[in-house]
Design a protein around this ligand. Structure first.
Ligand code: ARG
Ligand code: ZN
Length: 856
């Protein structure tokens, strides 16, 4: 059943304190809880609970009988409760069979198991009966008890007491107390046998904080990157937002079975191993960089999410959008800010734009949902971050900081809304409240424009207009406030003659620049100042000009992307020729390769098939797009055929170093290696083997392996085998081994099926599933075939019951079936209809309903 934003009501009862006692046994766990509750409004006392075996329940010391409360699917209701209530509840749960990875679950198998929690958004109700909503804040005390082979017993807050269980020599316990008022989704506990890396940090307020990173003993040497990132993030938040940490202890635990990246539980973050472990030998630079970003993200949640939380789950973007904006800003300080912006925008365009263009389009703040887990989307996270960025840019650094200070001052300790956020940010400029429509309206705005130059008046007039598609089920779209960062370039000197932030907030508007002595080239949406699609009336020559003269790296990349899109996407008749693009590249590339290797690598990007597909509304032919992409790639490779060798050799393999410069060189070297293989440069296969054999780190080794596999060089299979043998014991590297095969250029459904049958494949480990099935889903030419669809929907069917969160995410990849060319479209439609008959989770059903709605 649907839940609506407009129906929000406070709970009748608030929780003051929670005492939890969790005892783990071989086959089950016993959870006893005591809740001190106070009435705040009229009405019944409602608790949520799922998959719980209720043993007993007492209210104010009296046993409740079956007729004293009402139990329905997912709720337990007590009518006529007094204003002050103490509830004692005993339940039994079974973490050992919890494959959904929500609530308390067992990860690992055999002798190597641990127990962890994932409570966001609604997992706590799988641990015990509770008013499991983000606006119910309480003080938690947690006692954990387990067999001593689980030496590590962790929960939120401070350790109060630990010891042996009386008369049970094999069991021990620990009691934790969290002094902060928190919602139940931030509860966490861990029962495991782990090693710990310890460090400390002194906050700007003088607090000594113990930092602990827990991992399996085999992984403890991969925790240094994460620990350093944590300290960097703590300092960054003090400097940039004036936010210091508030407890004496900060713990992070690595777990191999986890649905998402990581979770910001108060004082006790739980991380997917893939998002916290990192070492040069086993982790690519890209992964390692994202480890730092995710550590920072979860840390930043301590203020944006934990101390100030969401009133209800419709406000998810309140914490996620702001926190993503904060982690992106942190990352931009750790490398070239142009490259950071490029990567953020590329992700947004590939995933969020296509979400917004299809049947799963929803506002950054949705207005209704069946299953909130389905709304942890790129729209909520990444588009949410873009809104905060537009606000920050509109206000400027100082006023934005005044606004965020005000936000923390006003709302600390509360559960609030997007409106509250905007009202605090508006203290220096009340126009900021107009950004509310960005949160309410789905669809990516298209900004179109043209210019006219008046040589007598010496004025340049830019006309811009905006249009957003009308997404069914929502009001007709309104014009949004769109900041368009603009610069005018003199055609002769290449210098900037005017620079302005234009605010487009009407359907159509003109902007006049005075004293312009000759017609300039206009650069728009610099630094991607708004999450929109831009359609400006450019000549290819203008773009080539901008590639040469644009001052910042992001804008130069954006121009290459526009050129590539024009080459690949426009109708055959008006198609741009690649010549201008190739010529512009040949000017930019050699300089950049020595200047900023990471940026040079990005300039050679060709948008992914998914990103290109997101712009196609009808008759999308995956084969054709693939062919066009490959043919342009081939032309780039051939154009520079004589230069690859020299460029490659200018980037020798040095001793490993984790600096932005060294990472840039490694990235560019991998791009060049692939280009050289594409162009059939004589020794390129040998370079690849050399690079593999002499690699100083995983970026080099994996880059070489990937190139060999994609180009099917003679020895590729031997290297795949060597890679497997070297890293057999390391799950995260074996994930890479699976994914390189599943994403190979020439992959077939048979290959995927044999990977799924491999002895190391494991349906219960989301990372492993994603390494094969997720990688495969990025192969539209094979995915959208009868065999591909049978296989893929078969996987969703299989996971529907066991892990609905994962199943529903995999399903969302199929959202744009309706744009396919026949007969693929019909094939996909039939597969989805067939799937609909075979699934039962509300997660998958809700996604499937929306996806199938595209047909109407
Ligand atoms: N709050 C977490 C983060 O953004 C994500 C947790 C999402 N988990 C889920 N099951 N939907 O860092
Ligand atoms: Zn988050």
């Amino acid at each position: 059943s649907k839940i609506n934003l407009k129906d929000y009501k406070k709970t009748s009862f608030d929780v003051e304190t929670v005492n939890l006692d969790i005892k783990l046994f071989e086959e089950y766990a016993q959870v006893n809880s005591t809740l001190e509750m106070l009435r705040q409004t009229e009405g019944d006392l409602v608790l949520f609970g799922e998959e719980l075996e209720l043993l007993t329940i007492q209210m104010n010391g009296h046993q409740l009988d079956k007729e004293d409360y009402q139990q329905e699917a997912g709720t337990l209701t007590i009518a006529n409760a007094p204003d002050e209530v103490t509830l004692d509840i005993q339940v039994r749960i079974c973490p050992q069979t919890n494959t959904a990875l929500e609530g308390l679950y067992m990860a690992g198998s055999g002798d190597d198991t641990m127990f962890v929690t994932q409570c966001e958004p609604e997992g706590f109700r799988k641990i015990t009966f509770y008013p499991d909503r983000p606006d119910v804040l309480a003080i938690f005390t947690t006692r954990l008890e387990a067999d001593k082979r689980y030496a590590t017993l962790l929960a939120n807050g401070n350790l109060v007491e630990a010891g042996d269980v009386v008369d049970e020599p094999n069991r021990h316990y620990a009691i934790w107390h969290d002094p902060t008022n928190k919602p139940s989704y931030l509860f966490a506990c861990v029962v495991a046998d782990l090693d710990v890396l310890t460090d400390s940090y002194t906050t700007s307020e003088g607090r000594e904080v113990t930092l602990e990173l827990y991992a399996k003993s085999a992984d403890i040497d991969k925790c240094d990157v994460g620990m350093q990132a944590l300290k960097d993030a703590m300092e960054w938040d003090e400097v940039n937002y004036g936010r210091a940490y508030d407890l004496d202890r900060y713990m992070i635990v690595a777990v191999s079975q986890f649905n998402m990246g990581a979770m910001e539980n108060k004082g006790l973050n739980i991380f997917n191993t893939a998002c916290v472990l990192s070492s040069p030998e086993t982790t690519t630079d890209a992964r390692s960089f994202s480890v730092k970003a995710i550590i920072a993200h979860e840390y930043f949640h301590n203020w944006t999410g934990n101390r100030i939380t969401c009133r209800d789950w419709f406000q998810l973007c309140l914490k996620e959008g702001f926190t993503v904006y904060r982690d992106q800003s942190f990352s931009a300080d750790q490398q070239s800010s142009a490259v950071q912006r490029i990567d953020d925008v590329a992700t947004l365009r590939a995933h969020q734009f296509s979400e917004d263009a299809g049947p799963l389009a929803h506002p950054v703040r949705p207005e209704s949902f069946v299953e909130i887990n389905n709304f942890y989307t790129t729209t909520v996270y990444e588009k949410g971050a873009e809104i905060v960025r537009m606000i920050a840019n509109t206000l400027g650094l100082d006023d934005f900081r005044k606004g965020t200070d005000e936000y923390f001052r006003r709302y600390d300790g509360q559960a609030v809304t997007v409106e509250d956020f905007l009202s605090a940010l508006s203290i220096t400029d009340n126009k900021i409240e107009n950004f509310i429509d960005w949160y309410r309206q789905p669809g990516t705005p298209v900004v179109s424009g043209h210019q006219s130059y008046d040589s007598t008046a010496q004025t340049l007039t830019i006309t811009l207009s905006q249009q957003t598609r009308h997404v069914s089920g929502f009001d007709a779209p309104k014009p949004l406030p769109i900041p368009v960062a603009t610069a005018l370039f003199d055609k002769n000197s290449g210098g900037i003659v005017a620079e302005r932030m234009l605010l487009l907030d009407q359907a159509t508007q003109t902007f006049v620049f005075e004293n312009i002595t000759s017609e300039p080239v206009v650069s728009l949406l610099r630094d991607f100042s708004a999450p929109v699609q831009l359609n400006y009336d450019y000549q290819d020559e203008d773009l080539a000009f901008l590639l040469k003269y644009e001052t910042n790296g992001f804008n130069r990349w954006q121009v290459t992307q526009m050129l590539v899109n024009r080459i690949l996407l426009q109708g055959q008749s008006s198609k741009s020729s690649p010549d201008i693009y190739l010529q512009a590249l040949s000017q930019a590339l050699p300089v950049l390769a020595s200047d900023d290797a990471m940026l040079a690598a990005r300039l050679l990007d060709i948008p992914s098939a998914q990103e290109l597909a997101s712009a196609i509304q009808k008759d999308y032919d995956p084969e054709l797009v693939k062919m066009q992409r490959e043919s342009l790639y081939q032309q780039v490779a051939d154009t520079f055929k004589d230069q690859w060798s020299e460029l490659y050799k200018q980037l020798p393999i040095d001793a490993y170093e984790d600096s932005a410069e060294a990472r840039g060189k490694r990235a560019l070297r991998n791009v060049i290696l692939d280009m050289a293989l594409t162009a059939d440069v004589n020794d390129a296969a040998e370079w690849a083997e050399q690079q593999y054999n002499h690699a100083s780190c995983m970026t080099e080794r994996f880059g070489a392996l990937k190139a060999m596999v994609n180009h099917q060089v003679a020895n590729a299979d031997n290297y795949l085998q060597d890679f497997y043998q070297r890293f057999q014991a390391d799950d995260l590297v074996i994930d890479l081994w699976f994914s390189v095969q599943a994403s190979a250029n020439n992959v077939s459904v048979d290959v995927i099926e044999s990977l799924l049958m491999h002895e190391d494949f494991d349906w219960n480990t989301p990372n492993r599933v994603r390494s094969v099935v997720g990688a495969f889903s990025a192969q539209p030419t094979v995915l959208w075939t009868q065999d591909g669809l049978d296989m893929y929907t078969g996987v969703i069917k299989k996971l529907d019951d066991a892990n609905p969160v994962l199943a529903s995410r995999l399903l969302q990849v199929l959202a744009r079936w309706n744009t396919l060319v026949e007969p693929r479209r019909q094939m996909a439609h039939d597969s989805l209809l067939d799937l609909q008959k075979n699934v039962t989770s509300k997660h998958v059903m809700e996604s499937l309903d929306s996806v199938l709605n595209a047909a109407n």
